[in-house]
Design a protein around this ligand. Sequence first.
Ligand code: LRH
Ligand code: MN
Length: 431
Amino acid sequence: MDDAVMPPDLIERENAIRLDALEDEYESLGRALDRRGGSIDRIKDALKGFAVAIPSWGVGVGGTRFAKFPIAGEPTNIFEKLEDCAVVQALGRNTPTVSTHFPWDKVDDVTALKEKAQGLGIGFDAVNSNTFQDQPGQPLSYKYGSLTHTDPAVRDQAVRHNIECIEIGKALGSEAITVWIADGSNFPGQSDLTGALDRYLDSMARIYAALPADWRMFIEHKLYEPAFYSTVVSDWGTSLMCAQQLGDKAQCLVDLGHHAPTVNIEQIVARLARAKKLGGFHFNDSKYGDDDLDSGSINPHQLFLVFNELVEAERRDPAGFRPAYMLDQSHNVTDPIESLLNSAAAVVAAHARALVVDRDALGEHQQANDVVMGFNVLRRAYDTDVTPILAMARYELGGAIDPIAAYRASEWRARKAQERKPVAVGQAGIV
Ligand code: LRH
Ligand code: MN
């Protein structure tokens, strides 16, 4: 990595003033976990190998249909976005890859993009296709759908776009494509609900046929929006049915925000893992709809319960357990780098707490129907302050003990505000 975005001496300087306190907190927690039959070093080592991908569309400031409020120095293209991803990786040390979105990240020279990333020590995770917007000059509109459109010419256009995304992904070193489509209807009677799914499966089979041998295809379900009466791939059941029909390379991706507020997402995770169809995640948080808020910012307990099922699923089937972890957020009122640092840490913390769970005791209480003790085993792990383990893992990987403090000390955003052209005010939308 020859293009260091964060001067190493800055991280050293910021860590030097925090190391004594960290070592004291780490040793104290280590003794406490020891008394509980756990091993703090085992958890630390697990966290050092844990990674969650950054969404390229989450590195710039996001917005809603109403407005977007750009900040000075935010990235204006994928090359600048990769620099910001490298800052998050340099400080947090658990986001080594970026998930791209096309045509938002389209470039003329894909090799130059790959070389830029390599220079920054960043890799590429799943590519995301986009047949939920019409592009300037696009021959046929996706207004009434894409992969499920009643017009075969529109479906062909959408299938070709997905295959083009696979080709770009192959050049970048990605190994998966995430297919989320907005297809659905706003009125009863507008759409043939079964015919739409038939057309979806036919189109997806053509995209599936274009997958390289070692690639996966992630099917992302979503309850609603932008369709507000029916959505073709609206829930995990439909996603699972399609993944099972399409083949081994097709798996289900769980975006936490794509469910009704009351849904038990951790049980969906357990079901998909049992079916060996748990392909990956888009982590975020929400209170009402697909709010795309920072992971763990509204309901950190749900994130913990999801990871509790993931740790259990890996224990049951270590060989088949390979979910792709990605963030998918929209940072409307924060510096995206600070939100990404916090969110990646929230995901790692949920994983760490799940590793603290005394699984043998939990199993015994569940078998004995000792409700309170079963609940208390989980709650005790959830109540464990794992931040010293995360900080020690970051420190030993060359990152920052306190990433936000180090980021602010770097004055990265202010420096970029001098270099990067300003983003126009008055736009709206997610990117
Ligand atoms: C749809 C979604 C999908 C992306 C988009 C940016 O809501 O979660 O994963 O393509 O957000
Ligand atoms: Mn998503």
